[in-house]
Design a protein around this ligand. Structure first.
Ligand SMILES: NC(=O)c1ccc[n+]([C@@H]2O[C@H](COP(=O)([O-])OP(=O)(O)OC[C@H]3O[C@@H](n4cnc5c(N)ncnc54)[C@H](OP(=O)(O)O)[C@@H]3O)[C@@H](O)[C@H]2O)c1
Length: 319
């Protein structure tokens, strides 16, 4: 019998991609923010008890990093308390939990890829609340998989890719930070890797998502590393070389021409954000590969595929 899977955050970047892929594995009951408000504990309990899933996938989160600095209460409710409650509810009904976390649990002081054994030391409110969410899940005792990813983007939603494309229609010069190092990860690659892990577990056990031998935290980000500055330059290079018939690209730039001529490298200090961000947040994905044989492509390949896949889809629609 097909398992029942409860998905939260169905309209988010990762959630929307999961919504496309999860039906391969079971019957999906998916909630958006308007149907399940994770800042409301009674909503969480009611929904889990109604659906009685075998697997809960929590793709919802409070991801507005700057806003979290002044709205800690909501960020804490959604990123810390809600995952803890989902975990407790899952445990009560014998379900397992998949949850996503972030490279921002680290302080960025290390200069080599962070692995799962490295101590977290978040330096902003978003990172602190996400780490508290991880801890709440661990201490609930539920069987779980926490996937930490980084610098997530997609061809929809709020993200760096779409911001750069919009700015490139408005300004001749873009000033972008070049002293933060990370790995931009496409939401569709996070969703695809999650499905591979779950398929692998399902096949291994044949009768359900048994997480007991693999329960824990895994890094799940694009391979390679870059800076926001280099990422912006690469986006503009690819956008310039791509047909403007691309539906999402045309939407992102609202049909306006790209006018950006230059990308100027600036420091975090010059940018002047009041929110601290880790200067280095590369994650080592070896554990994910060792346990599940799953790896994500290099960030460059992911970005290229993002343009090409959408390009193919647009061309298919056009013919
Ligand atoms: N985005 C990144 O750069 C990044 C980096 C590292 C890790 N992650 C992690 O990856 C996971 C997926 O992130 P994402 O990029 O897909 O985020 P996203 O695009 O911002 O999606 C998050 C979803 O959560 C929903 N949400 C927010 N508050 C909620 C609430 N109170 N109740 C129910 N739903 C609520 C949002 O709905 P509304 O928009 O309607 O509020 C949105 O649909 C998250 O755990 C995130 O922390 C993200």
């Amino acid at each position: 019998m097909k398992p029942v899977i409860m998905l939260t955050g169905r309209n988010g970047q990762v959630g929307a991609e999961l919504l496309r892929l999860l039906p391969q594995l079971g019957e999906v009951v998916a909630f958006g923010h308007d149907q399940l408000d994770l800042s409301n504990p009674s909503d969480i309990c009611r929904r889990v008890r109604e659906v009685r899933p075998q697997l809960i996938v929590n793709a919802a989160a409070y991801t507005a990093v700057d806003q979290a600095e002044t709205d800690e209460t909501t960020a804490q409710a959604v990123n810390a308390q809600a995952p803890g409650l989902l975990a407790e509810e899952a445990k009560k009904i014998g379900a397992v939990l998949v949850h996503y976390s972030t490279d921002y649990v680290f302080d960025g002081a290390k200069k080599l890829p962070y692995d799962e054994a490295d101590s977290a030391n978040p330096i902003n409110v978003y990172g602190k609340t996400k780490f508290a969410g991880e801890q709440a899940i661990r201490s609930s005792g539920v069987s779980h998989l926490i996937f930490r990813t980084s610098w997530v983007y997609a061809t929809r939603g709020r993200n760096f890719l779409l911001t750069i494309l919009r700015l490139a229609t408005e300004r001749e010069e873009l000033r972008i930070v070049s002293d933060q190092i990370g790995a931009p990860t496409c939401a569709s690659d996070v969703a695809a890797a999650t499905i591979k892990v779950l398929t692998n577990l399902w096949e291994r056990n044949d009768c359900g998502f048994v997480f007991s031998k693999v329960s824990g935290t895994y890094h799940m980000s694009a391979a390679g590393q870059t800076t926001w500055y280099d990422f912006a330059e690469t986006i503009l290079e690819k956008a310039g070389a791509t047909s403007h018939r691309l539906e999402w690209l045309a939407g992102a730039i609202k049909g306006r021409p790209l006018v950006a001529q230059r990308v100027i490298s600036i420091s975090t200090e010059e940018f002047g954000s009041p929110t601290p961000r880790p200067a280095y947040s590369i994650l080592s994905n070896s554990r994910l590969f060792q346990k599940f044989g799953v790896s994500l492509p290099d960030w460059h390949t992911q970005l290229q595929r993002c343009f090409v896949a959408e390009s193919i889809a647009a061309n298919l629609l056009a013919h």
